[in-house]
Design a protein around this ligand. Structure first.
Ligand code: NOJ
Length: 402
């Protein structure tokens, strides 16, 4: 038995659009229509069945839950506040706390209200003030019960898929726009950080912990020329956002999924990275099913020690998960990732928590419902049921040890 530090947060993560259902007032709904993607529709019906979600959290023995607030519900039109929606989240938080489950609340997890996307979302600097005002409204209402905030989920993934690869809304391919979205999200985070702290002071609440959830790739050079590529790409995708915001991060939220090896190959026909390089798929590594990502549990160690060395801050693994239709490999995946996480902790990294993605099978954006990341699923009668991996994860969480 190997123990995790005392007070370690064991959690699972979700996001509003992926589980709530009925979110038709967001840019993603239009996008699904436009692209002919599978629709999120009722998702896991969690907006209605959140009490059943809490039962699943209890059976998972977790002491933390990361979820997000749907901006398009809270502010369906500019300056119009939906009090019923804020009461909903209030009730969710109240019930979580009554069960001893710490809420980690994300403010922006990819989806924008239509009225914000119509005025060009985070491409448009002017929309930062609206994000700040939305943050203020949410924190005024929920802050007394919340200690942990994530302002922005995966800024670099969001900007890459929406402004380079065209897979997510608004489906543009424009490097200048990519960088302005990143810049505006940095400012949005910093302003939200300041606003949250100001409100906690004003109301005499104890200081909150505020951060972002950053998805870093364990990017590896397969030959000498690709070392340059890896150096530049790591800077752009792994560090630049953190470098700009680290004075306004109380901890670092790290989403860990990707291992990518690259080699120089100007004539590559497939697996091109776009800049004279291609990715090498490693036959020794298994892949996540459906989404097809390489799995390398050691990436957990590499990414955590890298972030620890650079920023010396508390770290929470705000996401780590496996798409595994038959639930055959998930527990091993979790275990080996946690072994590497323990190794990083033993060597001095201040890791305070781990959130598995996800509590339940849900809407995986452009891939629809095919990928199965959940520790639980919904059966044909609409009931939430723990998978074997969920049962085993619950033991780790309960014992605080592997
Ligand atoms: C990261 C994202 O935050 C989440 O929305 C997504 O479902 C998971 N990774 C799995 O791809």
């Amino acid at each position: 038995m190997r123990n995790f530090p005392e007070g370690f947060k064991w959690g699972v993560a979700t996001s509003s659009y992926q589980i709530e259902g009925g979110n038709t007032n967001s840019d993603w709904t239009l996008w699904e229509e436009k692209m002919g993607y599978e629709k999120a529709g009722d998702a896991c019906n969690s907006y209605k069945k959140y009490i059943e979600d809490i039962e699943i959290l209890k059976s998972l023995n977790v002491n933390a839950y990361r979820f997000s607030i749907e901006w398009s519900r809270i502010e369906p039109n500019e300056g119009e506040w939906n009090l019923e929606a804020i009461e909903h989240y209030k009730d969710l938080i109240r019930r979580l706390k009554a069960e001893g489950i710490e809420p980690f609340v994300t403010l922006f997890h990819y989806t924008l209200p239509l009225w914000v996307s119509k005025s060009k979302g985070f491409e448009n600097k002017k929309n930062i003030q609206y994000f700040k005002r939305y943050t203020e409204f949410v924190v005024e209402n929920l802050g007394s019960e919340v200690n942990f905030w994530i302002t922005v989920n995966e800024p670099t993934i969001y900007a890459t898929l929406g402004y380079i690869t065209k897979i997510w809304p608004p489906g543009k391919k424009n490097i200048f726009k990519y960088f302005s979205v990143i810049r505006n999200l940095e400012i949005a985070h910093i302003q939200a950080y300041k606003k949250i702290n100001e409100l906690y002071k004003k109301y005499g609440w104890s200081k909150p912990s505020v951060s972002i959830a950053q998805n870093n790739t364990d990017l590896v050079a397969g030959d000498i020329p690709s070392k340059i590529y890896v150096f530049v790409m790591k800077y752009i995708f792994n560090y630049s956002f953190l470098n700009k915001t680290h004075n306004y991060l109380d901890f670092i939220g790290l989403n860990v999924y990707f291992y990518t090896k690259v080699v120089f190959d100007p004539f590559a026909k497939s697996n091109k990275t776009g800049l004279l390089f291609r990715t090498v798929s490693n036959d020794n590594l298994r892949k996540q099913d459906i989404v097809n990502w390489d799995i390398n549990p050691k990436s957990m160690y590499n990414l955590v020690t890298d972030i620890h060395t650079r920023y010396k801050k508390d770290i929470y693994i705000t996401e780590n998960g496996l798409s595994d239709t038959k639930d055959k490999f998930r527990y091993d995946y979790i275990k080996s990732n946690l072994e590497y996480l323990l190794k990083a902790i033993d060597e001095g990294a201040h890791v305070k928590g781990y959130f598995y993605w996800s509590m339940i099978d849900n809407f995986e954006w452009a891939e629809g419902y095919k990928p199965k990341f959940g520790l639980s699923f919904i059966n044909s009668k609409g009931k939430r049921i723990l998978k074997q991996s969920g049962i085993k994860y619950s033991r780790i969480a309960q014992n605080n040890s592997l």
